[in-house]
Write a new protein. Sequence first.
Length: 216
Amino acid sequence: MSLKGICQAWGLNISKGISGKARLKDLIENHAAFPEELKESLVDMVTHAQTAQKALNKITKTLEVLAKNDKVCQLIQTIPGLGTICSCRLRATIGDIKRFKNPKDFPAYYGLVPRSIATGHNEKKGKITHRGDKTMRSLMVQGAGGVINMATKGKLKSKQLTKWILKKQKEKMPWGKLVCAVAAKLLRIVRAVLISNKPYNSKIAGVAKCSLPKGS
């Protein structure tokens, strides 16, 4: 983002998709407004970004191989919004899923539950606690954002989950609260999937357990 900002400040507008491509170096070197010293620094920034991207791509491919051969990762990836990186990070940080006795304990482990604020006899909910793995919490929020977009566009297979999300949107729930709520709900689904050792079932996701027939 800093590279794009510097280029725009000197009159060179670069598109979003070109920042990691070799052609960007040519655009910088041929832009008349850039002093030679600045051109050299910007080209170094592009080279560094490209090297970092190659390293990240290599790590991603390694994770994809690991996830493909791991049953826990495969189960997690059946849940919408959770891909290779999320599943591998969860796999590495969960440990024994049975240690989370209550469904709310799991999102609480990643700091995705509201803080309880008590004053005298009054109790209200504050912002999320932000405890636990910050990176995992950020990944879950990103995944939740994708799930919300799918629900809004009618592309989310779970009717119950879609209905719940659309209801919260109709109630004008702020985006920040909604993504955190969906992220927490996804974590509860992860716990249910891993404890049952069964893939995500879009037909029953978001349905209260007491409403399901016995044996579900």
